[in-house]
Design a protein around this ligand. Structure first.
Ligand code: CTP
Ligand code: MG
Length: 337
């Protein structure tokens, strides 16, 4: 049974906010790196349009959603409407085009769960993965990026949470822990639910951006310039928010009943989604609803062993933020098995 403990926050909670901001700033990529990524996409687009005049490349994932640390690989999606070729054939042909264009280490992984072509650009030194027609990822990338523009504390919180998750090795979906994408959604949900709220629920507002992708209607308010003062009534520091985030996941979240949903901006019940029992490989031990593919639980990779690991790490982080004399160091100490 879960105890809904309400713990008073330490009195000096705000004193390490500047350290956390410094960590955030050290992780943010420089403008030159962003420019290099755009340059690579432009040259790839030229190469590909010779063969496929209607195809287009889109950046998605951390290099485009503004939650990427420096030197991450870049995620690219090729949108192409070729009725003759299957996905595997498109990938093989794409690999040929890239090799002819002097890109290095070109590899087509046609049998992966998400089939991709991997390559490295010798000119910029950037590595990238190209997938085919994963347009929902392009749309959810825009949603995350739009949220990031509303209040600076979202990027700060998410960078620090991702950095913590990587240091503690709980950001490995193939090992049964959570994706970076899931952590960012958890941060958005958390800020939507502060009082006063720091983020609105863009999908619950009047839609100014509407697309239909893979038979899913994606609609949300994207005129975020109008929302830059949204969170101003809430003055909580980043250290207080980080403390509250980990306390929520360590001691307050009801893992047996609740689903995190940024689509609605609230918690919804596992019951209403029929996520109360294991179906196939989906165990629903920590439930995080994808904002558009609402039947997707981003926590479905978590199993009965890794849920324990995750919850122990949430508790460790919460306790460090509550009691440690130097939390901004201890929190990120690498996990040693
Ligand atoms: N994605 C998705 N559904 C998932 C996981 C990922 O749609 N279950 C898409 C999202 O568009 C996400 C992108 O794939 O932005 C990349 O996912 P991930 O690697 O988890 O996030 P990044 O932001 O790229 O993080 P990192 O910096 O760790 O690479
Ligand atoms: Mg990525």
């Amino acid at each position: 049974r879960i105890q809904r403990r309400h713990i008073q926050c330490r009195r000096d909670i705000d004193f390490f906010a500047p350290n956390l901001i410094a960590i955030f700033e050290s992780l943010v990529p420089a403008d030159e790196e962003i420019a290099k990524q755009r340059q690579l996409i432009n040259s790839l687009n030229k190469l590909i349009s010779r063969e496929w005049p209607h195809a287009r490349l889109h950046l998605y994932g951390s290099c485009a959603n503004s939650f990427g640390v420096s030197n991450s690989d870049i995620d690219v999606c090729l949108s192409i409407d070729d009725k003759e070729l299957g996905k595997a054939e498109i990938l093989l042909k794409l690999a040929e085009i890239l090799e002819a264009g002097n890109l290095q280490n070109v590899q087509a992984l046609t049998r992966a769960r998400v089939p991709i072509v991997k390559m490295m650009d010798p000119e910029t030194g950037l590595s990238c993965d190209i997938c085919i027609n994963n347009l929902l990822a392009v749309v959810n990338t825009k949603l995350l990026k739009d949220y990031a523009m509303i209040d600076p504390r979202l990027r700060q919180l998410a960078f620090i949470v991702k950095h913590w998750a990587k240091s503690r090795r709980v950001n490995e979906t193939y090992q049964g822990t959570l994706s970076s994408y899931a952590y960012v959604i958890m941060c958005i949900h958390f800020l939507q639910n502060r009082r006063p709220a720091i983020l609105p629920c863009l999908q619950a507002m009047e839609a100014t951006y509407v697309v239909r992708v893979d038979n899913i209607d994606c609609a949300f308010f994207d005129d975020v310039d109008k929302l830059h003062a949204f969170g101003a009534r809430n003055r909580e520091s980043i250290s207080r928010l980080l403390w509250a985030f980990f306390h929520y996941w360590a001691y307050q979240h009801d893992y047996t009943a609740d689903v995190v949903s940024i689509r609605t901006g609230t918690l919804i019940s596992k019951h209403s989604k029929d996520w109360t029992r294991r179906i196939g490989n989906d165990r629903h031990l920590i439930c995080i609803e994808d904002p558009f593919e609402t039947s997707h639980d981003l926590g479905r990779v978590v199993d009965k062993f890794t849920i324990k690991i995750l919850r122990e790490e949430f508790e460790r982080a919460a306790n460090i933020l509550q009691y440690d004399s130097n939390p901004s160091v201890t929190l990120f100490e690498p996990y040693v098995p």
